[in-house]
Ligand binder design. Structure first.
Ligand SMILES: [Fe+2]
Length: 414
């Protein structure tokens, strides 16, 4: 049960991250937005503070950086590219609230990013996490049998130093671990050493919300049939993540396709990873479609937390973002109305925008899903507004998956 109204003395045990402070967020807001919980970091063998950055490899980072500013209301804050010595690729750093996206696109014809993009299409290459002690995490990762892809090293520039290391996770995805404070000194640059501050001439339209999302809630990983439990065990054993919820079998099956899903979270629940695998059904699972077009396991969707989903969705639609459709029957079903009870807005407002509602013993959540963001039917976004519920919309899975299947069918992949 999460109390979102009163502060307890324990609240002081969670510190805001640098990014949250810069975004003017507070602990109470974060408890409501992303279900942040109190926990004792000193007993954690692999303490994780929160997200550091989500790194995407894309076919055209220059244009994608504009898309995320113009459409998703993000702010350009940093850059690395040929102009400042990085001849291989361009990288744009964008922020919204406490979350940072880094978009990388190849410049050199022999850049390794080209092979990555050719194989996977646009996608998430690195779910980078902020940690208080990289060496402790890497030592734990090694002891627990994880693949270390980068040994801890300190990198510096005129803004100070960070210590980074990296471990491999599913597919060709990695977790770079970033320690931003070394011996009491916090790195003061726009992102990492090698990046320079950068702004753009883009100006938001009159009346546009200050930002469309405040934080990142969760990232779903799609893995192969039979591999979900292996990856749950990986996050338990290597990174000390805890299991949050479990959905199996009928919970998330439609007449045609099915999947299984389990959720792991870090100690303070800032970082939540639902892990999906396809389940056997009459037709091809949406997870199989992802695995085929992403060419292996990878990040499927990123859930962006907002405190005003109605305004966010209206703004995104006005910019041309397409969302999955929900039939009117979903909103008119008396059983569904009974189940969700009272929410902060009239159901008609949700119906108009095709926003889904789910309720559990802790509260409710509002959510909606975009269509795939790129050319391949792989990565997409969820917009989520939590009101106490720490779930992932289990009650909506059937309606949601039927909607996904309609799209899958249009693509000839069902
Ligand atoms: Fe989700």
């Amino acid at each position: 049960m999460t109390d979102t109204t009163t502060a307890t003395p324990q609240d002081t045990h969670i510190d805001l991250t640098e990014q949250e402070r810069a975004a003017d967020l507070n602990i109470q807001e974060l408890k409501r937005l992303v279900g942040l919980v109190d926990y004792d970091e000193t007993k954690d063998p692999f303490p994780v503070t929160g997200w550091d950055a989500i790194v995407f490899v894309v076919g055209n980072a220059t244009q994608a950086a504009q898309y995320y500013q113009n459409v998703w209301g993000m702010e350009l804050v940093g850059y690395s590219g040929p102009e400042n010595g990085n001849r291989d690729h361009k990288a744009f750093v964008l922020k919204s609230g406490s979350i940072r996206f880094v978009l990388k696109g190849a410049v050199m014809p022999d850049s390794p990013l080209i092979a990555h993009q050719a194989k996977h299409g646009d996608g998430v290459v690195d779910i980078s996490l902020e940690v208080p002690d990289v060496d402790k995490c890497i030592a734990q990762a090694k002891a627990a049998g994880a693949t270390v892809v980068q040994e801890p090293e300190t990198v510096s520039d005129e803004f100070g130093s960070v210590r980074i290391g990296a471990i491999a996770t599913y597919g060709e995805t990695r977790h770079t671990l970033v320690q931003r404070t070394i011996d009491g000194e916090t790195y003061a640059g726009p992102y990492l050493p090698g990046y320079v501050a950068r702004t753009s001439t883009f100006v938001k339209r009159d009346g546009a919300p200050k930002r469309l999302f405040q934080a990142l809630d969760h990232i779903v990983g799609n893995v192969e049939l039979g591999k979900m439990d292996e990856w749950v065990a990986f996050y338990n054993r290597v990174m000390g993540f805890v299991n949050m919820a479990e959905f199996i079998g009928d919970d998330i099956a439609t007449d045609y396709s099915a999947l299984m899903s389990k959720v792991v979270a870090n100690g303070n629940h800032r970082v939540k990873f639902p892990l999906n695998e396809p389940a056997i059904a009459k037709k091809k699972s949406q997870i199989d479609e992802y695995l085929e077009f992403y060419n292996g396991p990878g990040a499927q969707h990123l859930a962006l937390a907002t405190n005003d989903i109605l305004n966010t969705v209206d703004a995104l639609r006005a910019e041309g973002v397409e969302f999955l459709d929900t039939p009117d029957a979903y909103y008119d079903d008396p059983e569904m109305r009974e189940r969700i009870g009272e929410v902060r807005v009239p159901i008609e407002e949700l119906k108009k925008r095709k926003i889904l509602v789910d309720r559990d013993e802790d509260g409710y959540l509002l959510q909606i899903f975009t269509k795939p963001l790129g050319d391949r039917p792989t990565v997409f976004f969820e917009i989520i507004e939590r009101h106490g519920s720490l779930g992932f919309g289990k009650g909506n899975f059937k309606a949601l998956f039927e909607s996904i299947e309609r799209e899958q069918d249009k693509r000839g992949n069902l």
